[in-house]
Design a protein around this ligand. Structure first.
Ligand code: NAD
Length: 330
């Protein structure tokens, strides 16, 4: 517990400096318990042990296209950064295309002998399945890994776990999200991966589409992506906890890529039967003013803090966002 007890900030890195990575940097700039010291994008990395100025980093990225212009340009940025930097925990704000990408990044951490806390915000059930296979190797590497720590899976899955406690039997968990972003290019990986969830597209097709093709697709739908029955790891997380079977979990939503206003209120509905035989539904609705970035980055750091508590108790291996309570970061 030394860091949290001694009030020394936890040294945090953010891998990926796109939409979520930059939002994560802004979230960290107001935290006392965490210090943002390292980040990487596709073309470079930045390590400043005394703390990175988030505004300066975001401006450098916007002006020059890579954080490496402020730090170090590199085509092997993740490996070089994690070997060099003294970091207690990383948020992986990286694309997960192909579906093995995050899993491959975790292999790099293990290969270089890094130890600490990692959190991701991955989405697909099959991606979480790959991560769960790493239980033993993560334990051996002394890494505490929390997976699916965004909004969905993440915040809403954890809320579903809490809501389920009123029931003897859970019948359905229905997650419906509304996302509004003014410009799809601010969240390229998120939109690309959402396209991979559309019935007409495979993940591989979404991965190889050019930016112009994505722009045309969005134009043809007036900027709206309507997503139904998505392959989302909320199902596996709730099934692992014995709350319900994965078929009873439904995830879908609407993403408006032309408007920052949410097209609908993000919510999770949990229906079940109480011990008295009453059927009821709990509904947890997120405030419309909270952006996707707020609902992903807030939980990601809340889980990172919980990961620390576990790591300091020498509890290593993989956990999901539904089985650990995030801790509020001040
Ligand atoms: P983005 O495209 O805006 O940014 C991705 C960043 O990763 C960029 O900085 C890019 O340079 C960097 N990157 C790509 N390949 C790299 C490599 N090999 N080495 C180093 N850096 C590399 O992405 P985004 O929209 O911020 O999304 C990030 C992830 O968050 C996506 O996988 C998305 O699905 C996920 N997400 C999860 C939730 C949730 O609720 N769970 C919600 C939204 C987004």
């Amino acid at each position: 517990m030394d860091k949290l007890d001694s009030k020394q900030p936890i040294r945090v890195g953010v891998l990926g400096f796109g939409g979520l990575g930059q939002a994560a940097a802004r979230v960290l700039s107001s935290k006392r318990e965490m210090k943002f010291v390292a980040t990487a994008d596709l073309h470079g990395y930045l390590y400043q042990p005394d703390g990175i100025n988030s505004d300066q980093a975001i401006k450098a990225h916007q002006d020059k296209g890579s954080i490496g212009h402020l730090g170090q340009l590199s085509e092997n940025s993740i490996k070089e950064l994690i070997q060099l930097a003294e970091v207690d925990g990383y948020f992986l704000a990286l694309p997960n295309l192909p579906n093995t990408f995050i899993s491959d990044v975790v292999d790099i951490f293990q290969a270089v002998g890094w130890r600490g806390v990692l959190v991701d915000a991955l989405k697909r059930t099959s991606a979480l399945e790959l991560m769960l296979l790493k239980q033993e190797s993560l334990q051996k590497a002394e890494i505490t890994y929390l997976s699916g720590c965004g909004a969905t899976p993440g915040l809403l899955t954890a809320a579903a776990n809490i809501a389920a406690q009123s029931y003897s039997e859970v019948h359905q968990v229905e997650i419906t999200f509304g996302v509004g972003i003014a410009n799809w290019e601010s969240y390229k990986a998120t939109i690309r991966e959402d396209i991979g969830h559309l019935a007409e597209f495979s993940i591989e097709q979404a991965r190889t589409m050019t930016d112009d093709e994505i722009k045309l697709l969005l134009q043809s739908r007036n900027g709206i992506l309507k997503l139904e029955n998505m392959e989302h790891a909320d199902d596996l997380m709730l099934e692992r906890l014995g709350i319900c079977s994965r078929e009873q979990v439904k995830v879908g939503g609407i993403v408006d890529t032309y408007n920052a206003k949410k097209p609908l209120s993000t919510n999770v509905k949990v229906t079940g039967r109480t011990f008295e035989g009453k059927i009821s539904t709990h509904t947890f609705i997120l405030g419309d003013e909270t952006s996707m970035a707020a609902n992903v980055c807030g939980p990601a750091f809340g889980y990172l803090k919980s990961g620390f508590t576990l790591h300091q108790k020498k509890i290593y291996g993989i956990f999901t966002a539904a089985e650990i309570m995030p801790q509020f970061v001040t």
